[in-house]
Design a protein around this ligand. Structure first.
Ligand SMILES: [Zn+2]
Length: 469
């Protein structure tokens, strides 16, 4: 007798629930063959390791479940179309066998059979569409039994990432999964200039699509990708937007974003070449109406680092900062200095000053130090924290300093400095060189060199404004 599920084609499925009394082995709990999809699914009450092979004469797919019991010795259901029958039986004392037998003149391509664990105890067997054998093939196959083993893809317990979205208010990014995501890492990736959240043992949902971003989005890019067994979500904040904290809310991760997106960079963002004018032709930014906070590090009772020959950080950075401020003012910017003389100012009031003034840019100026026993360490580096705009500003400053001085390049770096973390605008911290460095110290002591440093810092800031605002 033909069963209605096989004839109804599209919707037809058949479920048989089998309950065994045996407690020793796994039990086959349910199976279902969906004719529309050519797919068998089955489940057991305990994990099993199926063995699957394609046998010929007649062509049949044989699924053995070792150490699995059946309540009934044998179940047979007639098939329709190219499927002749589906049989479930005890193969021996402790093996259950599912056989999908094809009609005489049909076969399937064994390389296209996909046997895959869908849970600890669930499996799906996807068959390709059966193909009619040619007369010659039928003749050749007659009375010749072949066995072709089929690969079984075990179930991997991976979190499924379902969606990645920017909140409609632009204040965050939400990553939704099918379970709580307890294990993740995040941080800036230097190579791609993106902020990355890496979720191990995860995969993207089958229908996953990356969101599209419009030009008001707080992000320049947002992409989730499979990286072997991990899912990596990379994003680049728009200028003016800062990366905040990640929090876990049931089955989601929420990354908060702060700040408002400013005008966009040209495509390519931080990776494009910065074209710097000569030091004696600093660009004028009067039209941009910008307010810049220059923050000379340390001061007063805190001299900062002390290096070769008693060279003091505070002296260098105050002189350079005052000159930077002067140069910026001459070229159309409004300036606030967090200190203009030798006095002590805490970190908190420096930040508060910049935030209250609603400044457009914050640049903190320092000189570097390491142990006196390491005069070999020399060079300039700039720092940002978490925002693409801060990183970009830092890159301008570093490029300008390197071009002007030929100092050793120690790169643009990310660090959780208070003045970078707490300021609301693009912010950078410049380390002008090492007061403990054999190469740097004599140059930092020289007022002509300090003038060169001041011009280079001013140029970096001004060119950043010209290109970005
Ligand atoms: Zn310092």
């Amino acid at each position: 007798m033909k069963l209605p599920w096989l004839m109804s084609g599209v919707l037809g499925t058949l479920s048989v629930l089998l309950i065994s009394l045996s407690a020793e082995a796994a039990r086959l709990q349910s199976w279902q063959f969906n004719q529309a999809q050519n797919q068998l699914i089955f489940s057991t009450d305990e994990p099993v390791q199926p063995r699957v092979q394609l046998l010929t004469d007649p062509v049949r797919l044989v699924i053995d479940l070792p150490n699995t019991s059946l309540e009934r010795r044998r179940i047979r259901e007639d098939g329709d179309g190219a499927i002749d029958e589906i049989e479930i039986r005890r193969e021996d004392d402790d093996t259950a066998r599912i056989v999908i037998e094809l009609e005489n003149e049909y076969t399937i391509d064994p390389t296209q059979v996909i046997v895959q664990g869908t849970s600890q105890t669930g499996w799906s067997v996807q068959l390709p569409p059966p193909r009619r054998l040619s007369r010659a093939e039928r003749r050749a196959n007659r009375d010749r039994e072949t066995r072709i083993p089929i690969e079984v893809i075990p179930y991997v317990d991976a979190a499924v990432i379902q969606t990645v979205e920017v909140a409609t208010n632009g204040r965050g990014v939400t990553i939704r999964a099918d379970r709580p995501l307890t294990d993740y890492t995040s941080g800036w990736d230097q190579a791609t200039s993106t902020y990355q959240i890496r979720i191990p043992q995860a995969r993207l949902a089958r229908d996953f699509t990356n969101p599209t971003l419009d030009n008001r989005s707080p992000l320049l890019s947002l992409r989730a990708q499979q990286a072997e067994s991990d899912v990596v979500i990379g994003l680049q904040p728009a200028p003016g937007v800062q990366i905040g904290e990640i929090s876990r809310v049931s089955q989601s991760l929420a990354l908060s974003l702060a700040g408002r997106p400013q005008r966009r960079f040209v495509p390519g963002g931080t990776t494009r070449t910065r074209i710097l004018p000569p030091l004696d032709q600093l660009p004028n930014v009067a039209n941009q109406r910008v307010l810049i906070v220059i923050d000379p590090g340390h001061g007063g009772r805190d001299p900062g680092a002390i290096g070769i020959g008693g060279l003091r950080e505070t002296d260098i950075v105050l002189e350079v900062s005052l000159r930077v401020a002067e140069l910026l003012q001459q070229n159309g910017a409004e300036i606030i200095l967090t200190r203009a003389d030798e006095r002590e100012v805490g970190l908190e009031p420096r930040v508060a000053l910049a935030n209250r003034a609603n400044a457009d840019i914050f640049v903190s100026i320092h000189a570097n130090a390491i142990s006196m026993s390491r005069p070999d360490v020399n060079g300039v580096e700039t720092y940002f924290y978490s925002s693409a705009a801060g990183r970009e500003l830092s890159a301008y400053l570093l490029d300008s300093l390197l071009e002007a001085t030929g100092m050793n390049n120690r790169g643009v770096k990310e660090a959780r400095f208070f003045v970078l973390r707490r300021t609301n605008m693009p912010a950078s911290l410049v380390e002008l060189g090492f007061v403990t460095g054999a190469e740097d110290a004599p140059r930092l002591a020289d007022s002509n060199f300090r003038e060169l440093l001041a011009k280079a810092v001013a140029r970096g800031i001004l060119q950043y404004i010209v290109d970005t605002f």
